[in-house]
Design a binder for this molecule. Structure first.
Ligand code: 5GP
Ligand code: MN
Length: 325
């Protein structure tokens, strides 16, 4: 049996043999993370299993149409007073990505790790990792096919959302024939693809636009314009009324400029730490760069958290990117 097929079967058995699950994804969940969380929850509900979906923080409001969005517990607001023996992690490249929810894992917990990041370190007891999958939702599409359950609009919409967001609207190089075939099948359940694309990819929040004007006014370049970057500070966030969700897509501006090979967004968290988002063209592997800085991600989209003052972090990261180019 092919490696991926064997992993799918192990994952199926992991789920079939157990009950009472914790389902968790990464901190500051994106479309794929949230969709994958509810897709696993939906599967468990179909199988008559009990489960708890938890994230370290809130899940973006724009994803509130997802099945059982309201059931995803915000750990920061209501930390459950119990631990779980059975855990399913989705879209998390390493254990640290689950954040504080890791405290809910029982000692020696059985962990099913479902992910598509090439930097995944196989931290699970069972690992279902497909590094060339466009989204974790694509892996779940395959996994859910292995159960005898009736598919519905709810699950189709969730999986479609993960595919749509992680492929940038079916445009990135991870948009394979398999992704398009899956999307085609999901549309047949009644998913309104155009409405989701407009809602998730076209609509801009007002704080996002205000933040964009500030960020672009500081657009800077290095290495003969092969590196382009912008930054935002906590003051910018306050002044524009922005929350983390409003940062989505900002990093694409430096990245999309002619000649730029690596686009970077530096988001100052406080005086001690900066969140770094990187996007690259075919010339650079930002997963490797982010990994060398303690983070991870994909070849074309990766990130990390770097400790230090904003100016120092910018210098350090630009130097590292220059070396990589
Ligand atoms: P973003 O820049 O949109 O936050 O993240 C881009 C990609 O890099 C995503 O696939 C995300 O999971 C990954 N990523 C972002 N920040 C980190 C990090 O601190 N650690 C790891 N391991 N991956 C990250
Ligand atoms: Mn993903």
């Amino acid at each position: 049996m092919e490696h991926y097929e064997r992993q799918l079967e192990e994952a199926r058995q992991f789920i079939a043999a157990r009950d009472d699950f914790l389902v968790v994804s990464h901190v500051q969940p994106d479309g794929d993370a949230a969709s994958s969380t509810v897709a696993v929850g939906w599967l468990l509900a179909q199988l008559g299993k009990t489960f708890c979906m938890i994230n370290e923080g809130s899940v973006p409001q724009r994803l509130s149409y997802l099945w059982s969005y309201d059931r995803i517990v915000n750990y920061a607001e209501q930390p459950p007073r119990r631990q779980f023996q059975n855990v399913i992690c989705v879209d998390c490249a390493d254990f640290a990505r689950v954040g504080k929810v890791g405290q809910l894992f029982a000692e020696g917990a059985d962990v099913l790790n479902i992910d598509h990041h090439p930097t995944n370190d196989s931290y699970g007891s069972v690992n279902l990792i497909k590094a060339d999958a466009a989204a974790t939702a694509e892996i779940l599409f395959d996994l859910l096919k292995r159960f005898e359950i009736e598919w519905s609009l709810d699950i189709a919409e969730a999986i479609y959302t993960g595919l749509l967001t992680d492929t940038g609207g079916f445009r990135y190089s991870n948009t394979t024939p398999k992704v398009m075939a899956a999307a085609s099948e999901l549309l047949q359940y009644g998913v309104k693809g155009h409405q989701l694309a407009d809602h998730l990819l076209e609509q801009l929040t007002m704080p996002h636009v205000l933040l964009l004007t500030k960020a672009l006014s500081r657009l800077s370049f290095a290495a003969n314009n092969k590196i382009g970057w912008i930054y935002v500070t906590p003051e910018d966030m306050r002044e524009t009324g922005a929350v983390n969700d409003d940062l989505e897509g900002l990093v694409n501006y430096p990245r999309n400029i002619e000649g730029v090979e690596v686009g970077i967004l530096f988001k100052q968290i406080d005086n001690e730490a900066v969140k770094v988002s990187m996007r690259s063209g075919p010339g650079a592997n930002v997963a490797e760069i982010a990994h060398s800085l303690g983070g991870g991600g994909h070849v074309r989209a990766a990130g990390c958290k770097v400790y230090g003052a904003l100016d120092d972090v910018i210098k350090q990261v630009i130097e590292r990117v220059k070396q990589a180019l």
